[in-house]
Design a protein around this ligand. Sequence first.
Ligand SMILES: [Zn+2]
Length: 147
Amino acid sequence: MINPFTDEYFMKKALQEAEMAFDKGEIPVGAIIVVADKVIARTHNLTELLNDVTAHAEMQAITSAANFLGGKYLKDCTLYVTLEPCQMCAGALYWSQITKIVFGARDEQRGFMTMGTKLHPKTTVVSGVMANEAADLMIRFFASKRK
Ligand SMILES: [Zn+2]
């Protein structure tokens, strides 16, 4: 039997969140957190609305998932995020001890890989899932801002 709950399946949901951010004039990054194939947090970037540079999608997803689980560690959880996390988010994810991170497009300038930020040794990372769709959204967003 084919498991329908693939990384692409969940990344599509994160992309839907990114599109919601786009429609609000926020940098289009979306994130969801999944445990046992169940979505327990769905968020997007809200830095403009909240006037808060820390309001990245991942930061809110971590808080939301911890509230849902009633514990601060995100054991057995997977974060799906459309863009490579920045070093702030990677740092927060470190503290959460999240089990797995799946991200879409690379952020060559501000991503944690470029910055050399370490994740928790318990965390595994998958990159490049629906990267073109995520990157396309970013390109369209910044093109619309330049008009
Ligand atoms: Zn971030």
